[in-house]
Design a binder for this molecule. Structure first.
Ligand SMILES: CC(C)(COP(=O)(O)OP(=O)(O)OC[C@H]1O[C@@H](n2cnc3c(N)ncnc32)[C@H](O)[C@@H]1OP(=O)(O)O)[C@@H](O)C(=O)NCCC(=O)NCCS
Length: 445
């Protein structure tokens, strides 16, 4: 019996998970994502899982370009050959002998990536096809040249990306694999920064997302707390020093530059975190840091299809006694009174305005922000929205009943009031046992 109960809960969890995921699956289908994978990620134990997840994204109809780096592998080859790797202003000086080792490392990694896609495919059910990988001479490069008297030789920068050819391959459901190499019209090969290349490819392809893997979960504030999201301006302020060559800094800079030049969203993810890619793309909470060009959180009137999302927000608070319980049926009838904040198709905050026309006032109720989004001014924004609605309706005041959030309402300009100020029909239902405090805010006309 106990086992049966447990099974049914798991089944319900599974059904809920699948339903929650489906809007993301639809919204990502047909979109173009550029994935930026440092060499350290390829050496990580989790690499094979990342490849499996990339294959899954491809099977869901997402157009993918994978750009990889090779720094630790190149350094290991230099060390084995006794070559003293020389950096100038953060760029490697690549002479002809070093360039051969760079090409060997990059080529070996390409084989490793192709093999990983294939081996993952063998583990998958027969029906799941491995995404066909295509690589080629899609990147034209030019030398960095001489900087402060130092010739960087075969270290190059991107001159042009054959974005139309790449887009054509993506149309044919091919997954494009780009090594950190470029070729010049003079027939030379150049060693490129994988981060610069991924950024440029994302911009030129007008990709929907750049996804940059690094050794940490994302970007952190001064207290070490992970930012779940950063606006472009906040990202710029977080960038730090130019001299930091860690893959973490490269990922942050790539996200910033890509968004600055037209990519709508960029994500930083930890390459050691199994499933981070799927969590970031298919769940409301994500796993890393998302950088975005502008505010994409939409405030709008709730619709009947939002009832599930609103219930997800309010039910935990009902269980704690913070909110009065509303059944699904009641919520379905009252949903028109709700305003919601939506992010990526998920409801992350809500508030309701119940009109009391006879008393020229409205009740503000059910103000909730999902725990992971609290402290960002979202409830205050929703309140402003509700105040504008109340003003349009010609109300003179908003009132609210609360047991545990008094100070938040005071900070939003509400004042403590007596039960007697409530409209008659509300007063008659006042629950003296619950003993909620009544707060009022005048609406400026
Ligand atoms: C109250 C609530 C809606 C605020 O959402 P939010 O989007 O984080 O709101 P804002 O960002 O505008 O305000 C955050 C501030 O409110 C403060 N705050 C949060 N809950 C509070 C509470 N119960 N009492 C007093 N202040 C509170 C936070 O500490 C923060 O202040 P700080 O930045 O100085 O630390 C959110 O905490 C919540 O959903 N709480 C549970 C539901 C609830 O109590 N709803 C109100 C009754 S209808």
């Amino acid at each position: 019996m106990a086992l049966g109960e447990c099974k049914s809960v798991n089944n319900l969890d599974y059904v809920k998970w699948f339903r929650d995921t489906s809007p993301y699956i639809q919204s990502h289908q047909g979109k173009t994502f550029v994935l930026m994978l440092p060499g350290a990620a390829i050496a990580d134990d989790n690499f094979i899982n990342i490849i499996g997840d990339i294959n899954l994204l491809s099977s869901l109809g997402i157009r993918l370009v994978l750009v990889y780096g090779a720094r630790p592998q190149i350094e290991a080859r230099f060390a084995a050959a006794g070559i003293d790797s020389h950096l100038h202003k953060g760029k490697r000086v690549t002479d002809a002998q070093s360039m051969n080792l760079v090409c060997e490392s990059v080529g070996a990694l390409r084989n490793q990536i192709e093999a990983a896609f294939f081996s993952r495919h063998l583990n998958a059910p027969k029906e799941v096809q491995a995404a066909p990988l295509i690589s080629g001479n899609f990147v034209t490069a030019m030398p960095y040249g001489v900087i402060d008297g130092v010739d960087l030789q075969h270290t190059g920068k991107v001159r042009r990306v054959a974005s139309q050819s790449i887009a054509g391959l993506l149309d044919q459901k091919q997954l494009v694999l780009l090594p950190p190499l470029g070729y010049s019209p003079t027939g030379e090969t150049f060693n490129l920064s994988y981060a610069e290349l991924a950024t440029r490819v994302a911009i030129d392809l007008k990709a929907d997302k750049l996804i940059a893997f690094c050794s940490e979960d994302g970007a952190y504030n001064a207290k070490g707390k992970l930012y779940r999201e950063l606006t472009l301006l906040e990202c710029q302020a977080t960038l730090g020093s130019d001299g930091d060559l860690s893959d973490h800094r490269l990922a942050l800079e790539a996200c910033y530059k890509a968004c600055e030049q037209g990519v709508a969203r960029a994500h930083m993810l930890n390459y050691s975190d199994d499933g981070a890619l799927l969590k970031e793309l298919f769940s409301r909470d994500g796993a890393g840091t998302m950088v975005h060009r502008d505010s994409y959180e939409l405030i709008r009137r709730a619709r009947i299809s939002d009832v599930g999302g609103i219930l997800d927000l309010i039910q935990p608070l009902e269980r704690q006694g913070i909110l009065v319980r509303r059944s699904r049926e009641r919520l379905e009838m009252e949903v028109e009174h709700f305003t919601v904040m939506e992010k990526d198709g998920a409801i992350i905050a809500c508030a309701a305005l119940y009109p009391f026309n006879s008393a020229n006032s409205g009740e503000l109720a059910c103000v909730v922000t999902a725990a992971e989004y609290q402290g960002g001014g979202r409830a205050a924004k929703l309140l402003k929205h509700i105040e504008r609605q109340a003003k349009k309706l010609g109300f003179e005041q908003l009132f609210t009943l609360t047991t545990q959030t008094a100070h938040w309402f005071i900070e939003q300009g509400f004042e403590l009031a007596n039960v007697a100020i409530l409209p008659d029909e509300k007063q008659s239902f006042y629950n003296y046992q619950r003993n909620s405090k009544v707060f009022v805010k005048k609406i400026a006309n």
